[in-house]
Design a protein around this ligand. Structure first.
Ligand code: BT5
Length: 341
């Protein structure tokens, strides 16, 4: 078995939160003792938790508690359930980061870049495509990036975001959740609500080995208030589990399951290409055989959605002709002409 470097950030505030994560009262004295700091220092650390959007209740003479218990990430826990350790070099978990993709893109020259995974409880600048924002509230969802290197050239990665979409959908289905849909090129929906997104970014020098980062945001248990900032319908695993009467495992377990599906796809993609994933993608094609509009910049074309080609292009029937589209975005045109992103 591979010796995976596992690192869970050991910031004092994160350690403090781990003690409080049971949702029970803890006295200032006992918190100070378990962390080896003074009571005054505890108070300072508690303020930091508020920056992460967490409400801490205090009761004179009793101590401090969180509003409710919280399921925190742990690199050890994730690795415990991994069946794909051999693909992994490092797994890092942070309480807060600007963007997990940005973090790995800044480390493409690290010797253990290929096979490195980074995950965080929250992102302060979580990114989507074209400068869009990925809402990333604390300890609610999964935000992760996987770094990899291929010497087969950038062309060998064609269609990878579609294969990743299949991997995410299958991971979610292995939890017992049905009804996932794949929206070309990179969204995972469930009953027309966005559950997850994928952002693949290429780092460094394009001439030599190709270093890339696969970023995934998967909603697990997002508060309504956080979701209000999202300008399209969204959902999360806990809502789906409730709707489908399923018991969901904790976030660490979900993260392991996700990695078990995605690491082999990424590791082998330069050799397999999109071929093994095409049918699995088509089965989940959102708006299959329906009228859609594809838009890129100011221009847009409408046609009937036939699904993807072998190279991962979207195929539409436009005015009786079959046409392939490689860039742009898909948006569904509903009968009254309004657009759902
Ligand atoms: C994506 O972009 O769907 C790619 C999202 C990738 C996020 C991951 S998190 C880990 C890694 N590190 C990063 O910094 N990013 C990656 P796009 O197709 O452009 O979709 C963005 C749109 O999705 C936004 O404009 C919103 O409409 C919607 N959105 C934002 N946050 C969302 C959320 N948490 N759940 C569902 N939809 C969201």
């Amino acid at each position: 078995m591979n010796n995976v470097k596992k690192l869970t950030a050991s910031e004092t505030s994160y350690e403090l939160l781990r003690v409080l994560s049971d949702g029970e009262f803890h006295s200032g004295e006992s918190l100070g003792e378990s962390l080896g700091i003074t009571r005054a220092a505890i108070w300072k650390q508690l303020k930091k938790l508020e920056d992460w959007g967490l409400a801490v209740e205090s009761n004179r003479g009793v101590g401090y508690k969180l509003k409710s218990s919280i399921d925190l990430l742990s690199a050890d826990e994730v690795v415990r359930h991994l069946t794909t350790q051999d693909f992994l070099s490092t797994l890092e978990v942070f309480p807060s980061i600007d963007s997990t993709n940005k973090y790995l893109l800044e480390r493409v020259h690290n010797p253990d870049f290929s096979g490195s995974v980074v995950s965080a409880e929250m992102q302060t600048s979580g990114r989507g495509r074209r400068g869009r924002v990925w809402e990333s509230p604390f300890a609610s969802n999964l935000y992760l990036s996987i770094g990899w290197t291929t010497n087969e050239g950038i062309a060998s990665l064609e269609g990878l975001s579609l294969a990743i979409g299949v991997g995410i959908a299958e991971a979610v289905e292995s939890l017992g959740i049905a009804g996932n849909q794949l929206k070309w090129p990179n969204d995972i929906l469930n009953q027309n609500r966005k559950l997850a997104g994928v952002l693949i970014e290429i780092g460094g020098d394009l001439a030599g080995d190709c270093n890339f980062v696969v970023g995934i945001g998967l909603n697990v248990q997002m508060q309504q208030l956080d979701g209000e900032k999202i300008d399209q319908p969204w959902t999360d695993l806990s809502t789906l589990a409730k709707e489908q009467s399923i018991t969901l495992p904790g976030r660490n377990r979900v993260l392991s399951i996700l990695l078990n599906h995605l690491l082999p796809i990424i590791a082998n993609y330069s050799h397999t290409g999109l071929q093994p994933y095409i049918d699995r993608w088509q089965q989940r094609n959102w708006t299959a055989n329906q009228a859609v509009t594809i838009s890129g910049g100011a221009s847009s074309v409408s046609g009937v959605n036939l699904g993807i080609t072998e190279s991962g292009a979207l195929q539409l029937i436009v005015d009786g002709d079959v046409r392939n589209f490689n860039g742009g975005e898909l948006s569904l045109r509903v009968k009254d002409g309004s657009i759902i992103n």
